[in-house]
Design a protein around this ligand. Structure first.
Ligand code: G3P
Length: 215
């Protein structure tokens, strides 16, 4: 499973890219707004840091508006993937963009049927929002499981991004279910490194090494 970083923070992306574990980035309007900077400038900087799919979301609600935004964003860099919510107009635009060879990540997916429709529209990626499904008392992993099962039956060529990841357990479960990608917040990526036995082990190795040096 690939790991993308779910953030618009260039500082976070620079640090995580340095660790050598991320192969893409996803953003959304909320994450971009938190940065308080020009969207294009952020995207240009992200593209200079990560050589992989970088999702940039459109905010238009009509086909022509979505297409215009999408063409403008994808002109920034060939790695830009256009993120579009799953609604009829969004999928209409997604299928037009697929014909133009512009990759689309269909977002705000909360059911396997929405993912199926997005795949039929030619989406390169679908993003089921695991955490937000859990938030309403349902099981986000059940939805991911359904999507992986259905996509396994066919050859859509659409990759599944487990999104709205809230904790390391979500990442583990997504990998067990065979998600193609998990897009994780910076904090969760940091948590994935952590194990008390690793911390203890490093301390013990360093202390023992110091004893050798003293003799
Ligand atoms: O990848 C989607 C993500 O940005 C949404 O996460 O935590 O706002 O549900 P969250």
């Amino acid at each position: 499973m690939e790991i993308f970083l779910d953030t618009a923070s260039v500082e976070e992306i620079r640090e995580a890219a340095g660790w050598g574990v991320i192969s893409g980035v996803t953003t959304n309007p909320t994450l971009v707004a938190k940065e308080g900077r020009d969207f294009r400038a952020i995207l240009e900087e992200i593209c200079s840091l990560v050589d992989g799919p970088i999702s940039a979301e459109v905010i238009s609600m009509d086909v022509e508006g979505i297409l215009e935004e999408a063409r403008g964003l994808s002109a920034i860099n060939p790695n830009i993937v256009i993120k579009i919510p799953v609604f009829p107009v969004g999928l209409q635009a997604a299928s037009r963009l697929a014909e133009e060879k512009i990759r689309v990540n269909v977002t705000l997916i909360f059911s396997a049927l929405q993912a199926l429709l997005a795949a039929r529209a030619g989406a390169a990626f679908v993003s089921p929002f695991i955490g937000r499904i859990d938030d309403i008392g349902q099981d986000g992993m059940d939805v991911l499981d359904d999507i992986m099962g259905i996509f396994g039956n066919y050859d859509f060529g659409t990759r599944v991004i487990a999104a709205s990841i809230r904790h390391p357990r979500h990442v583990l479960d997504a990998a067990r279910l065979g998600a193609d990608i998990a897009t994780v917040p910076f904090t969760v990526l940091g948590q994935m490194f952590k194990h008390p036995l690793t911390d203890q082990g490093i301390t013990r190795f360093l202390n023992d090494w110091d004893k050798i040096k003293e003799t």
